[in-house]
Design a protein around this ligand. Structure first.
Ligand code: KG4
Ligand code: ZN
Length: 336
């Protein structure tokens, strides 16, 4: 069964075709980064308009690269939320209209479930049950995953998401957008000069908070001469504090659940220092760490096609209604 996947929740138009037994057939991504960077962040209206321009050509390109045509497609999966309302609606209306025209089912996919299942696209996928750390621009979630749709939230960020903290730190240091990769690059030139707090690690629990760390970063930056080296040292300290905080909470989650498998996914899981810190922790805990390949850490159509395919295979059905859910708790999903 060939499934077309469509992702338009934020600033990336992603399209992929996944086959239920052959795996990923092809995928394409158009990133809007250069368009938004002029404004220092995502401009929602520009994002929606660009998805409109790029989505259909990307669908055509993905079909032709796969040597398939529309009659081969047996289902369409699209991101229905969470995300930017206008951007989501472009994907939802396109997916549902194509599905109606092609007489195939369409299925609404939860963006974070897409991220969560992205490591399943790799050669050596994790087995259920596992603990998942989902770290993106809008979410920081620790989840116990017992199967597809069987999600128990263990912790979340009470304020800024991890990716948001990277983006705000980058803005503060004048590094541009998106912040994560820029902070990470600059941190390579930094030295171990400042000690930043590891928020909420001195008390029990699995929730996160990054807004205090952001204030601490700003105060430290303002106390320096704001030289290139000052910036690099601050990026280093921020990244170290963030990765150690994430590792402390993930260790707690593994100990609390008794599970020995940790999955990390979402844009921030592309961060090399965070991966290294989590790898060090899981080795000590006799646990195994899984993550998607770099291009599937950030938004993409492949993870949406995969998640939708599993739900369609399980017989999930939806009516023809076109809807998008900018806010959508992951625990509301139906278990397979
Ligand atoms: O998953 P994603 O592509 O989109 C959302 O669902 O939000 O994540 C984007 C976030 C941004 O905040 C970006 O700065 C962050 O992921 N990010 C990174 C890195 N690459 C992307 N953060 C830290 N280090 C990176 N290498
Ligand atoms: Zn995402």
């Amino acid at each position: 069964m060939y499934i077309l996947g469509i992702e338009t929740s934020c600033d990336e138009t992603g399209v992929a075709i996944y086959h239920s037994t052959k795996g990923l057939v092809s995928h394409h991504l158009y990133s809007q980064i250069s368009m938004h960077s002029e404004y220092g962040g995502v401009v929602p209206e520009l994002a929606s308009r660009d998805h409109i321009r790029k989505l259909i050509p990307l669908v055509k390109q993905t079909l032709s690269d796969s040597n398939l045509n529309n009659t081969d497609i047996q289902g369409i999966a699209y991101t229905a939320g969470p995300g930017l309302m206008g951007a989501l609606l472009v994907g939802a209306t396109t997916a549902r209209s194509l599905a109606w025209a092609w007489q195939v089912p369409a299925i609404a996919v939860h963006h974070m479930e897409g991220h969560l299942l992205a490591p399943m696209l790799e050669e050596n996928p994790p087995k259920f049950p596992f603990v998942a750390l989902l770290v993106s621009g809008g979410h920081t979630l620790l989840i116990q995953v017992d199967g597809i749709g069987q999600y128990t939230q263990l912790g979340e960020s009470l304020d800024d998401a991890a990716g948001e903290a990277f983006d705000k730190t980058a803005k503060m240091l004048d590094l541009g957008y998106p912040g994560g990769p820029k902070v990470s690059q600059l941190a390579e030139k930094g030295t171990d000069r400042f000690v930043f707090p590891r928020p909420m690690t001195d008390r029990p629990g699995l929730d996160f908070s990054f807004s205090g760390l952001k204030t601490f970063t700003m105060n430290t930056y303002n106390s320096t001469n704001k030289s290139k080296q000052d910036k690099a040292d601050i990026a280093y300290a921020f990244q170290k504090a963030t990765s150690e905080t994430l590792a402390i909470k993930c260790r707690r989650a593994l100990q609390q659940t008794g599970l020995k498998t940790l999955v990390i996914a979402g844009g921030v899981s592309a961060n090399t220092q965070i991966r290294a810190e989590l790898l060090k922790m899981t080795e000590k805990e006799n646990a195994t760490l899984f993550f998607p390949r770099l291009e599937f850490c950030t938004d993409n159509g492949a993870m949406i096609a995969y998640a939708g395919c599993q739900r369609l295979l399980a017989g999930q059905e939806e009516n023809l209604e076109i809807y998008a859910k900018p806010r959508w708790p992951i625990e509301e999903l139906m278990a397979l």
